[in-house]
Design a protein around this ligand. Structure first.
Ligand code: B12
Ligand code: SF4
Length: 474
């Protein structure tokens, strides 16, 4: 069958592009099953929706599949409606965390015939086979679709892929890969970069997080991961890689073995990963550094033990502080992510976060706590009547730097100015500790990643944050 996969553009406004690993995994599985797969990559090719529709039509597909984040629902909706009119009879499916968490909208309002829930490789292959042969595709496990009355219903759940090593590597050659490889990496640098998925799933239960891969962690074997790393280095000249896995550092033996293999087979490679503060120790960090890791991002979220408890984080500020110090001591750059506006957040708890940043000597953007569909936080916000219209809410979702739902007892203006103050204060503390090296470095990174206009907007916000602090935070 001819299958066209569409990747809607992320619209991050950044000069750094993230390769769509998930869609490329699905493409590889469909190719292995014998289908002729084409990709319309709106992000990589910087396509307008109109152009993407035309390109999709030109591929004369039997089936079209949409990926993309929940923030891109509007694009899928527009394309789905148009393709249904221009190519009636072509089967439309959608996957990824957006479609999985709000399948009803994708089916009822965006014209999809089916939503593939969660892990997409096996399900899309079985769905394509059933559609092609005219069999009853609705009995394929792991789908959402509409019944005769138009109501969204589900087929039986699909077990997770037992062994990740069995999956074909992402079909990168179907995409305009070079655009991703040469775009700035997350540090703002121009090294040839591409990431690798080493594991799937997370057993923890942070309330703002969606578990597309369930609550168990499945890891590829270190041999398979490093073989893929060698492949991308040899085939695409990759200099910098990374592991965007939720829990790359959660198993010491796995990390040690992967690092030992990486060091042996790719002594020149450098890489970054996401880390969990409670799972790293000096020995692990030293091995990571020795294998080329130079940057670890920790999900810190708050410096307030009470906010962390409410988020069900199971990581303490002390563990985060310790991880950051050890990471720096081993010669790597630690970064953190922060959120403001959890249920119960107050000026005092935000001040604790600012204090944490000072002690840890880091600064980072602080996003608004945003209830994304599929998370316990979303359920709670919905139950409290804070999300009266699901589709309008989904259409407003962006990268959480705008306040969409206020979960606190503060009013919107107060919360917004508190965030601006917290970012300004944390940034100032960090920069003024070593102004001559840090100010130019931060300006350069911002300029490289976001361009001059965004830098000017961020600087204006930063300066606003330097203004009068909210009373309790002085
Ligand atoms: C890397 C990443 C990013 C990258 C972009 C990645 C990309 N190119 O798509 C960046 C940094 C840009 C990013 C940004 C954001 N992200 Co993000 N991100 C991730 C992360 C950590 C990994 C994604 C990944 O590559 N996974 C590995 C691949 C193999 O899995 P996958 O993409 O899910 O694909 C599988 C299935 O989804 C499915 N599938 C995918 N596409 C398709 C298509 C079809 C047709 C089919 C059939 C199946 C299918 O099959 C694939 C293979 O099994 C996930 C967390 C996670 N563990 O998944 C969060 C995650 C996807 N992000 C999330 C969020 C909230 C965001 C932000 C909104 C955060 C913010 N507050 O700013 C922004 C959005 C920015 C924007 N402007 O739109 C949430 C989404 C929650 C939700 N309910 O939808 C997640 C799930 C994090 C979480 N645990 O809550 N993110
Ligand atoms: S935020 Fe991280 S640790 Fe918490 S549930 Fe999500 S992936 Fe797991």
């Amino acid at each position: 069958m001819r299958i066209t996969l569409v990747y809607p553009n992320l619209g991050t406004g950044q000069r750094s592009l993230y390769f769509p690993q998930g869609l490329a995994y699905v493409a590889a599985a469909l190719q292995r099953a014998g289908h002729r797969v084409s990709v319309v990559d709106m992000e990589g090719e910087d396509l307008s929706t109109e152009r993407a529709i035309n390109l999709a039509v030109e591929t004369s597909p039997d089936m079209v599949g949409f990926g993309g984040m929940i923030t891109r629902y509007s694009i899928v909706r527009e394309m789905g409606r148009r393709l249904n009119r221009e190519m009636p009879g072509v089967f439309l499916m959608a996957g990824n965390s957006g479609a999985t968490t709000i399948p009803g909208l994708y089916l009822e309002n965006a014209g999809m015939d089916a939503v593939v829930l969660g892990e997409g490789e096996e399900a899309s292959v079985e769905l394509a086979a059933a559609v092609e042969s005219g069999a009853d595709w609705r009995s394929v496990p792991g789908l959402a679709f509409r019944d005769e009355a138009g109501k969204t219903v589900f087929s039986r759940p699909r077990p997770l892929q037992a062994n990740l090593d069995d999956l074909p590597w992402p079909a990168r050659d179907l995409f305009p890969l070079e655009k991703y490889v040469v775009s700035r990496d997350h540090r703002g640098k121009h090294e040839r970069h591409l990431e690798i998925v080493a594991s799937r799933g997370c057993p923890h239960g942070c309330v703002y997080c969606y578990h597309i891969y369930g609550r168990t962690i499945r890891r590829r074997s270190p041999g398979s991961i490093v073989a893929e790393a060698v492949h991308i280095v040899e085939k695409y000249g990759i200099e910098y890689t990374g592991f965007p896995d939720d829990l790359f550092t959660s198993d010491k033996a796995f990390v040690m073995e992967t690092c030992a293999l990486l060091k042996k087979r790719l002594p020149g490679i450098r890489w970054s990963c996401l880390g969990r503060a409670s799972s790293v120790d000096r020995e692990m960090l030293r091995a990571m550094r020795g294998a080329g890791c130079d940057w670890i991002s920790y999900g810190i979220e708050s410096g307030s033990p009470e906010m962390l408890r409410r988020m069900k984080r199971t990581v303490t500020p002390e563990q985060c502080l310790n991880a950051i110090r050890m990471t720096r001591a081993e010669g790597m750059i630690p970064e953190g992510s922060f959120m403001i506006g959890m249920f119960g957040e107050t000026r005092e708890t935000v001040a604790e976060t600012v204090e944490f940043c000072k002690e840890a000597d880091i600064t980072a953007p602080m996003l608004f706590v945003t209830p994304y569909p599929g998370t316990p936080l979303f359920t709670e916000a919905e139950e409290k009547g804070l999300i009266p219209d699901l589709e309008a809410y989904v259409l407003s979702l962006e990268a959480a730097d705008k306040l969409l739902v206020n979960l606190t007892d503060m009013d919107d203006r107060e919360l917004e100015s508190l965030r601006a103050w917290a970012m300004g204060k944390a940034g100032r503390n960090y920069l003024l500790r070593r102004p001559f090296s840090r100010i130019p470095a931060l300006l350069w990174k911002h300029l490289s990643l976001k361009g001059f206009d965004q830098l000017a907007r961020d600087a204006a916000e930063f300066l606003r944050g330097l203004g009068k602090p909210p009373a309790q935070c002085r």
